[in-house]
Write a protein that binds this ligand. Structure first.
Ligand code: HEM
Length: 200
């Protein structure tokens, strides 16, 4: 009980405030020209990586509750919306700064570059989730319908990780580690704790 109170002591607004720190840091550093010789790349990539980290954090909520009794359910919606905000920022940097709204070039990227295709697919899957992350939508869709819709986060996270894996030319460990963590988090969902299995 005391343990579960400890995990939920932080108010939700504090989670949003803490999670905004990397975005504020990278955007401020970008605007003040403090991101090194290739600021656009650093900004775009950092926002993308933070998006993936928050997607993973959101996926970890259920396994943490089931297997470690750490209850972060209260923060799940905030974590999901934060992940989406990072994806929107990442996508906006791509559209506005990287491609400068050159729509034919953007379209060519989407259909010709598999990593952009996966990134775009992940983004499109997450849009309905962000739009329905409110109590009104849960009521409108019904709990089961809402839960089914929000299962889109699994393929979206996989597409996000594949997007990262495909864009790198060599085989650095980071994208592989992200992909393995996501696969692990999706895999453990299929395992039920022993006590509940016996009861079922
Ligand atoms: C769930 C959605 C997405 C996630 C999680 C994500 C994540 C990432 C990550 C982790 C990186 C590499 C970071 C690094 O190298 O350190 C990256 C790079 C990149 N992403 Fe995304 N991304 C997403 C969606 C998109 C979308 C929708 C686009 C554009 C259509 C996009 C365009 C790019 C580009 C162009 C790069 C590479 C920049 C470079 O050349 O280095 N991403 N993304």
């Amino acid at each position: 009980m005391a343990q579960s109170r400890l995990w939920t002591a932080l108010p939700e607004w504090a989670v949003y405030a803490l999670a905004a720190i990397p975005a504020v840091y990278y955007l401020a550093a970008g605007f003040t020209n403090n991101l090194g010789p290739d600021p656009l790349r650093v900004l775009e990539n950092s926002l993308g990586e933070w998006a993936l980290r928050f997607l993973i954090a959101g996926l970890a909520v259920t396994p943490l509750l089931r297997f470690a009794r750490i209850n972060l359910v209260k923060y799940r919606r905030a974590i999901g919306l934060i992940a989406f905000a990072y994806i929107v920022l990442h996508f906006s940097v791509y559209l506005a700064l990287d491609r400068q709204f050159d729509w034919p070039a953007i379209w060519k990227d989407i259909v010709k570059r598999p990593y952009i295709m996966f990134g775009m697919a992940a983004f499109l899957m997450l849009v309905p989730l962000a739009l329905t992350s409110n109590r009104y939508s849960v009521r409108k869709l019904g709990a089961a319908g809402w839960r089914n819709l929000h299962r889109l986060v699994y393929p979206a996270a996989l597409c996000g990780a594949l997007h990262y894996l495909l864009l790198v030319k060599a085989w650095p460990p980071e994208p592989i580690i992200y992909l393995l963590i996501i696969l692990l988090l999706l895999g453990v969902r299929r395992i039920r704790p022993a006590r509940r299995q016996r009861a079922a």
